[in-house]
Ligand binder design. Sequence first.
Ligand code: SF4
Length: 407
Amino acid sequence: MQKFIEKGYEIIDFEEKADIYVVNTCTVTNMSDRKSRQMLRRVKKNNPNSILVVVGCYVNVAKEELEKIKDIDIILGNNEKNNIVECVENFENKEKITDVMQQKEFIDFGSVTYTNKTRATIKIQDGCDRFCTYCIVPYARGRVRSRQISSIIEEVEKIAKRGIKEVIVTGIHVASYGKDFGYKIKLIDVLEKINNIEGIERIRLGSLEPTLINKEFLDRLSKLDKICNHFHLSLQSGCDTVLERMNRKYTSNDFRNSVKLLREYYKNVLLTADVIVGFPGETDEEFMNTYKFLEEIKFYRMHIFKYSQRNGTKAAIMPNQIDGNIKEERSNKLIELSNKIQNEYNLSYIGKKQKVLFEEKENNFLKGHTNNFLMVNVNDSEDFINQIKDVEIVGIENNELIGKIAM
Ligand code: SF4
């Protein structure tokens, strides 16, 4: 499996329709022989055009028997397993394989999801060229591919025609949008076009990297009236030595400057962030650097991830992997900090009026978000779903705001 991952293939569940199936056989008992044969028969039923590779001990003891099964395309004994990817790629039917690393164009299929009646997420970019040391995405999803701007606009127009008011613009690494077009068209060009689409009232952006946020970008972005003043930033660590080991392309100070700029351009902006704790080699001191950085920046909310080893990535084989209990402890500390800061922000909204787009109704409570992504609950018998209303914030419950429709 590792060899396929290194070559950029995507590993999917056996039950899904794949281009290549590898059946690793066992021959410890007669039962395992039978199970192997049953599995082989299932493969071509799943996808008759796939390449079926059989490896493992059964091959070594009963190759002739397997050769009689017409569905099998490649048979490799244990001593030949190392060449599995080359064998597959040299197989005469290899044009059947979709090599994600060779994929040059964005595939539009399935790039919109509707969260509810009010919001749709549109994916405008796939793949990533950044190779962060903990991440399998560049191997699994291939290089940066951007969706044609005309196709994006067409799709958002369709979304607007369905009466959807809010669109979230995302990608695997949305800041790289246009890299494969030589940046002749950039993310900001796409956002300007979407901003002109009638019916769309709010545009949110998926996770952004601080490297994108500069004066040139914000000068243009801040002129777009539909862009929400909430930004989710991909921080990962507030400690420079950890960021370097992660192969992130910024320092904590670059990040600080991006936050400063965002707060200058957007009044009442709320920022959220992703943070990884327990990255290989993260010392107590490095963790505390991150902790202090987060205390200083004050994100509205932080998504805390405990680092987990991903085979095929550089970080998985780094020395000094962190013990699970330490990761747990660090994660709890950051969650506590995040809740405390969120509560402080929430308190500062009591008595203020906010515009809320209502998304759903649960037990007589209308639920919706403000422009800067505060969740607001309103106890009201009216059905204001998919409508934007003025709401006065009157309290807090479970770290969410409680409001009443303003007269
Ligand atoms: S973490 Fe993000 S930027 Fe880094 S390699 Fe993965 S997808 Fe790319």
